[in-house]
Design a protein around this ligand. Structure first.
Ligand SMILES: [Zn+2]
Length: 181
């Protein structure tokens, strides 16, 4: 792991935020979302500001609102249930969680309400660059809607954060609507 540089928190302001005020504001928003700052690392010309969080839903809400200054900056939240991040164009789930691939054992059928942050993730998933894209999912049991990562043109298991039901989500019908229109 010697090929990238890990930065200390003292360098936080210089690297990422123009002013101390902006850095303090960002820190406050992170704390309100229950996140803990870990480190900043530079990798292949990109910088990753990394936090840990206990609640993926709070992490996603935080990331969706967080301003990104340029297209080489990423904010990442490591949770026990997936690594979530954002860049200048969209929220993302770094990779699907292993339990998401077991689509036989489910409680109900979830539906796809919309794509999140446009087509960016969807196109990357279609090309196979990433293993998922983000969609707003509606729980088949309690009707709660939330954002989750699902596979391109395939079935995926997702867990409703509200009632904990395991939903089976099928994105194959999306393909007909989006890819061939
Ligand atoms: Zn539910």
């Amino acid at each position: 792991m010697g090929w990238f540089k890990r930065r200390r928190e003292s360098e936080y302001v210089d690297i990422v935020y123009a002013t101390r005020q902006a850095a303090d504001d960002a820190r406050r928003r992170a704390e309100a979302a229950g996140l803990t700052f870990r480190y900043i690392e530079k990798r292949e010309g990109r910088r990753y500001i990394t936090y840990t969080g206990t609640d993926p839903e709070k992490a996603k809400a935080f990331l969706r609102k967080e301003p990104i200054a340029d297209d080489t900056t990423y904010i990442v939240v490591e949770t026990e249930d997936g690594v979530w991040g954002t860049d200048s164009s969209s929220l993302y789930l770094e990779r699907l969680r292993a339990w998401q691939l077991d689509t036989d054992a489910v409680d109900c059928e979830g539906s796809i309400e919309s794509l999140i942050d446009g087509f960016h993730n969807y196109l990357l998933a279609m090309r196979g660059t990433v293993d998922n894209f983000l969609a707003e999912i509606r729980c088949g049991r309690c009707r709660h809607a939330w954002i989750d990562g699902i596979r391109y043109s395939d079935v995926t298991r997702v867990r409703c954060p509200e009632c904990r039901a395991l939903n089976r989500v099928d994105s194959t019908s999306l393909v007909e609507v989006i890819d061939y229109r």
